[in-house]
Design a protein around this ligand. Structure first.
Ligand SMILES: Cc1ncc(COP(=O)(O)O)c(C=O)c1O
Length: 200
């Protein structure tokens, strides 16, 4: 019988996975960090074309750190993409902020710059915007960044789903003051693939 199940993302293993796992055990760098993580951070920063990268345990924790660094405090309004995975917006709640969802536009299905502009009229006190690039498609990042700058708001770009996608020739994950990617198993590139890409 034909297997009718359609997997969301079935991992693809290449040749070196077990070798790297064995090396990690043999050299006992499992905790807290080690040379592979340091190198991974460096190479990821070069690959994306950004000054620094810090590896955390998940995209969600990276977004949480970004929200903290952006200075979001209890009661602060944060503008967020309205069509995204919940991890884009959950960290706002962790810090006691209040999400105001900005509608999407038809071309990219991401945050609509016109709706964002309107939201700043209604909530001029907003100082942080979290924008996601859905399904690997970059949002209108230049326009959104310009609006954020004009209103003195920190832009956080959630590029969890768009590692390797470019916008106007520039890698996504570089447009915000803080940018996050995810290497979760269902993403376009997961750790091993990303490393291979970077190294090659
Ligand atoms: C848009 C978006 N943001 C954030 C995340 C969170 O990443 P992680 O699963 O690595 O915590 C995901 C996926 O899980 C996502 O699709």
């Amino acid at each position: 019988m034909v297997n009718s199940k359609i997997w969301l993302s079935s991992p693809t293993m290449h040749s070196n996975e077990m070798k790297f796992i064995q090396e990690a055990f043999d050299s006992n760098w499992v905790a807290p960090l080690g040379p592979n993580v340091n190198e991974f951070e460096k190479e990821m920063a070069v690959y994306i074309g950004i000054g620094h990268a810090a590896a955390l345990v998940s995209g969600t924790s990276a977004l949480h750190l970004a929200i903290k660094l952006a200075g979001v405090k209890r009661g602060d309004i944060v503008f967020c993409s309205d069509m995204t995975f919940s991890a884009t917006v959950n960290p706002v709640s962790y810090e006691g902020g209040i999400q105001v969802f900005i509608d999407s536009e038809r071309e990219t299905w991401n945050m609509d710059p016109r709706a964002l502009e309107k939201a700043f009229v209604k909530y001029p006190q907003c100082k942080c915007v979290v924008i996601a690039n859905l399904y690997g498609t970059p949002a209108k990042l230049d326009e959104i960044r310009d609006i954020c700058d004009a209103h003195g708001a920190v832009m956080i770009e959630d590029a969890a789903e768009s590692l390797s996608a470019t916008y106007k020739g520039k890698q996504t994950g570089t447009f915000g003051q803080y940018n996050t990617i995810s290497l979760h198993g269902v993403k376009f590139l997961t750790v091993k693939m990303a490393i291979q890409n970077i190294v090659s």
